[in-house]
Design a protein around this ligand. Structure first.
Ligand code: GDP
Length: 616
């Protein structure tokens, strides 16, 4: 039989089959909530199992399993994606659509989906206009008239008419915000760099975002019509960031363009298709219920809630019941970017959908449900889950403190950092120094973004999407941003001394930042008499001298100030004939120390527990 207490604390027990489900990233506190236990006592239990964790630290699945088997619970760790999947499973809706999961014969080619990114004023908006206009020739009456958040153009390529979908919100903010929410929309990024200005901070930021998402990049060197434009310099500058032009022996396509004069737009589209064909397998199964992502939505006075969705697989049709985030409804009409009504939308096609109950958020997934009722039920469940998620205390996605555990468990192989500082000199110095830390083979330290200025929403989104820790050097995240980071569980560390930042990160990488525990004396008792019991072994008749003695506690026995034994368990505790859980100072009691029998009158029994030491 298991002891009723572990480490001096009593905790609720399961029967070994009781299933408890916790969200991925849950802490002891979350688990404690589910079984009605005191989080601190679970810390102690875990400690006795040889694992140290704080009450609020995220635990990995293995640790939960160990803890669960000790306590008689079958702890199942579920990710938000799993939850979502289970929700859809319950309604028999299949969310898998990738090339990997479909039958080969069901797959049809689909157009690439492209996002335009780059530094402010380098011509992103103008380029999106130019691409839109260049395509008027392709025969659409009236050209693109509606802004719906995305549009499609066609380009003749190797004798075939190929479509390309452009997300019509320039900049990486939208891109990262969506990715932070788990939506992968973009297949290819066009990085716009003005040839008269060269690589600028947001160029790098955009590039970091794309690289972090593993999205191939085509570089549009823009404004070549401007005097002093130096497209070669742009190529040179970007080699530093691992974007090496084909003509320099790399595999990134660079195209010189002028968005203003509409120069070489065609070559740029060509480069997109070549890159897609070389680097990606863009196919989807059109022959099933549609699913995809909402990319833009608003409330229109006349038409109610409208949402532009990007179909990622299947075919969306007028009359389908859909759920997008926590909005639902039946597709009343679908409009494309020309304002034309469509009956169906195939993979990679963006369409504006009318008929939703409310406005979804950009990045929400949408799916077709079998009927209106199911759509509504799913939407309601999602809304409830959202509410719960935002109520639940934010988890650290990754923190320096638990980095080493995550590394050991093979959960992460890299520590991604985002550096923000007050002046560029200190950011560079910090980056240089960090990159010189010798971190050994197993772990990779990557600085995925750096910049000058306060910590922005965008930094936090990138940190969320890439599981990064943000380092603020003499700068802070303020107000809303700080709250957002807290809510989303992004760790921000602040420093004002470079070496301190370096020391801590080095320590984290070497596993020195684990929580520290210190012994805390709970009570002492003096042995006054010894009773021999054939059944239980020796019972120490004692008087509690300080604090209290608890059943199950760990004890140390000293004789004349010398330690006789460590780590002895208080296996039984009695007052007269009754079993009790604790005895306070001044009272007599019988203490059974289990198999430990080397006792003498006058020995001191000191019980202690391990408590987490707050870090200085
Ligand atoms: P964004 O901030 O990246 O979206 O940049 P915009 O598209 O708004 O362009 C910024 C400014 O640069 C505008 O005044 C554009 O007219 C101008 N611009 C954009 N592309 C070109 C180009 O190819 N040549 C010239 N001369 N000006 C351009």
């Amino acid at each position: 039989m298991q002891a009723p207490t572990i480490g001096g604390v009593s905790v609720p027990r399961g029967d070994g089959k009781t299933v408890v489900r916790v969200r991925r990233g849950a802490s002891l506190t979350d688990f404690a909530d589910k079984i009605n236990a005191n989080p601190a006592s679970l810390v102690t239990v875990l400690f006795h199992l040889g694992e140290m964790a704080t009450a609020t630290q995220s635990l990995d699945e293995d640790t939960f399993k160990v803890l669960g088997s000790e306590l008689g619970f079958d702890i199942q760790v579920v990710s938000p994606e799993d939850e979502e999947r289970e929700l859809f499973d319950a309604f028999n809706i299949d969310l898998d659509y990738g090339v990997e999961v479909e039958d080969e014969e069901d797959l049809e080619p689909r157009p690439p989906v492209v996002t335009v990114m780059g530094h402010v004023d380098h011509g992103k908006t103008r380029l999106l206009d130019a691409i839109r206009n260049a395509n008027v020739i392709a025969g659409e009456a009236g050209g693109i008239t509606q802004h719906i958040g995305a549009y499609q153009v066609t380009k003749e390529h190797e004798g075939e008419n190929r479509a390309i979908t452009f997300i019509d919100t320039p900049g990486h903010e939208a891109f990262t915000a969506m990715r932070a929410r788990g939506a992968k929309v973009t297949d290819i990024a066009i990085l716009v760099v003005a040839a008269n200005d060269g690589v600028m901070p947001q160029t790098i930021e955009a590039l970091n975002h794309a690289q972090a998402a593993d999205v191939p990049i085509v570089v549009a060197v823009n404004k070549i019509d401007v005097e002093g434009a130096n497209p070669d310099k742009v190529r040179q500058q970007l080699t530093e960031y691992n974007l090496i032009a084909e003509e320099y022996g790399g595999d990134t396509m660079f195209v010189d363009v002028s968005a203003k004069q509409g120069l070489h737009i065609d070559s740029l589209l060509e480069a997109v298709l070549l890159t897609a064909d070389a680097a990606l397998d863009l196919r989807a199964n059109p022959d099933k219920d549609a699913l995809g992502v909402a990319i833009e939505a608003n409330l229109d006075r006349g038409r109610g809630a409208t949402a532009t969705v990007l179909v990622q697989a299947g075919t969306l049709a007028v009359g389908d019941s859909i759920v997008a985030g926590s909005a639902h409804g039946r597709v009343r009409a679908m409009l494309d970017e020309h304002g034309n009504n469509l009956d169906v939308a195939l993979p990679s096609r963006p369409v504006q959908v009318l008929g939703l109950s409310s406005v979804p958020r950009a990045g929400d997934t949408f799916v077709v449900a079998p009927d209106d009722r199911t759509a509504r039920q799913i939407a309601e469940k999602r809304e409830a889950a959202d509410r719960q998620a935002s109520l639940a205390k934010a988890r650290k996605r990754i923190s320096l403190e638990d980095l080493n555990q995550a590394l050991a468990a093979g959960k992460v192989e890299t520590l991604n950092l985002i550096l923000k500082g007050d002046v560029s000199g200190s950011v560079e110095a910090l980056e240089d120094a960090l990159l010189q830390i010798d971190v050994g083979e197993e772990v990779d330290l990557r600085i995925i973004d750096r910049g000058v200025g306060a910590i922005t929403m965008n930094n936090i989104n990138l940190a969320m999407a890439s599981n990064a820790v943000i380092i603020g050097f003499n700068v802070r995240a303020e107000g809303q941003n700080a709250e957002y980071a807290e809510r989303e569980g992004v760790e921000i560390r602040y420093y004002s001394v470079i070496y301190q930042a370096i020391e801590e990160i080095e320590a984290a990488l070497k596993g020195m930042l684990k929580p520290e525990f210190e012994e805390h004396e709970v009570g002492t008792a003096e042995i006054r008499e010894i009773f021999r019991s054939s059944k239980f072994g020796n019972i120490a008749g004692s008087i509690v001298r300080s604090g209290e003695i608890r059943r199950g506690a760990k004890a140390r026995i000293t004789r004349d100030g010398v330690v006789i034994s460590e780590s002895v368990d208080v296996a039984g505790l009695r007052r007269f004939k009754d079993d009790v859980t604790e005895v306070r100072e001044g009272y007599e009691c019988g203490i059974n120390l289990g198999s430990f029998n080397d006792l003498q009158v006058g020995d001191l029994i000191a019980t202690y527990e391990m408590r987490e030491k707050p870090r200085a």
